[in-house]
Design a protein around this ligand. Structure first.
Ligand SMILES: [Zn+2]
Length: 372
């Protein structure tokens, strides 16, 4: 059965209209474009030059003679960090159309996801449509659809193993990108669906890019290391890259929605005919999303503004480079309309909160059935 995708009530709240007006005023009065700027393009150049440089350096060690293998493990761990950096900063903005004001530039740079082994059209449906519209709506948002292995919210079925999910989840995060690239993508591609939701029909170019990038990725990151360093080290290097990448991506995305104080909805509670989520869409986004470490320039630089997730969820078409500047406008407007804005001061405090939340969800009985 296809779970119903509930609508959002229009409760006469002027919150989003006023917020949009204020943000619009910020960009017009400062004569700024909402899309990427020199800062973003310098980051892009850094990412797209550094990744091949690391690869070339690693592969060249095969011809050095007595180069120690640990050098390659360090280089592949760094590749994991740089793949996360490219995903956060380049791919994410381009897939949302905020990288550039020119659609063809976004179309090119969205395929940086292909270079990371996945596929932009599939990810855009899963992320831009399902996750960004029905954030934390159980049954529709793919980011919290990890059942039965992980239980993210009170409406998901409890299994005894969930008692330990706050411990074993890091093992799942470590292999999450291998499963994403080779398992999950293949299932979505074969079924034409993300979980129960049908994706738009793929074009011939989509099919070509899916297979082209998968083959290229497998050639560069699996076949070439095996050829150069032998089957054991080749596969272990691949695993090293993905453990680093998987943990970084999972943790950063989880800190935005699966922490204490976040609101969750259950799509099964809404009928297809009339019921709507009581909050309007913009208020729902604020209640289901958490900011963290917004005062850390390093976190903001590395995570592509994903530490400003509330701004990102409300304005995904605005490039992340502008989020620190519009944050005070958001906080002010939330205060004015009594909308609960969530922020954790540091990355570590957000991680601890994620741990506590997953531990709470790992209990059959817990004090809160619904968190508002
Ligand atoms: Zn996004």
């Amino acid at each position: 059965m296809t779970p119903f995708k509930p609508g959002f009530a229009h409760n006469g709240n002027n919150f989003y209209a006023e917020l949009r007006q204020e943000i619009e005023h910020y960009f017009t009065s400062n004569k700024k474009a909402k899309t990427g700027n020199g800062k973003l393009y310098r980051k892009t150049a850094f990412a797209l030059l550094f990744v091949p440089a690391l690869l070339a350096l690693s592969f060249s060690t095969a011809f050095w003679g007595n180069s120690p293998m640990w050098v390659n493990y360090v280089l592949f761990a760094l590749l994991g960090v740089m793949h996360a950096f490219t995903g956060f900063n380049v791919m994410h903005d381009a897939c949302h159309g905020s990288f550039s004001s020119k659609p063809w530039v976004n179309n090119i740079f969205q395929h940086s996801l292909g270079l990371l082994g996945s596929h932009a059209p599939i990810w855009k449906f899963k992320h831009n449509v399902l996750h960004h519209t029905w954030t934390n709506v159980d049954g529709v948002d793919d980011d919290i659809a990890k059942s039965p292995m992980l239980r993210h919210c009170p409406t998901q079925t409890f299994k005894p193993a969930h008692k330990y999910q706050h411990i074993y989840m890091f093992g799942l995060y470590a292999i999450s990108t291998i499963w994403w690239l080779f398992g999950n993508d293949s299932i979505k591609y074969a079924k034409g669906k993300v979980n129960h939701q049908s994706m738009p029909k793929m074009t011939a170019v989509d099919h070509l890019t899916f297979w082209g990038f998968k083959l290229l990725y497998a050639g560069v990151y699996i076949a070439a290391p095996i050829y150069l360093f032998g089957a054991f080290h080749g596969l272990m290097l691949f695993l090293t890259l993905h453990v680093v990448l998987g943990v970084l991506l999972s943790v950063v995305f989880q800190l935005a929605h699966a922490v204490e104080g976040m609101h969750f909805e259950n799509s099964l509670e809404y009928s297809e005919t009339d019921d709507k989520i009581a909050n309007e869409w913009a208020v729902h986004q604020v209640l289901t999303t958490n900011n963290f470490a917004t005062k850390s320039p390093l976190a903001t630089w590395f995570m592509g503004g994903l530490n400003f997730q509330v701004e990102h969820h409300l304005f995904p078409k605005i490039s992340h480079v502008h989020y620190p500047n519009i944050n005070p406008i958001l906080i002010r407007t939330c205060e004015k309309y009594g909308v609960k804005y969530s922020e954790m001061p540091t990355f570590w405090k957000a991680i601890k909160s994620h741990l506590r939340w997953m531990r709470l969800m790992g209990k059959e009985e817990h004090p809160r059935l619904s968190v508002a």
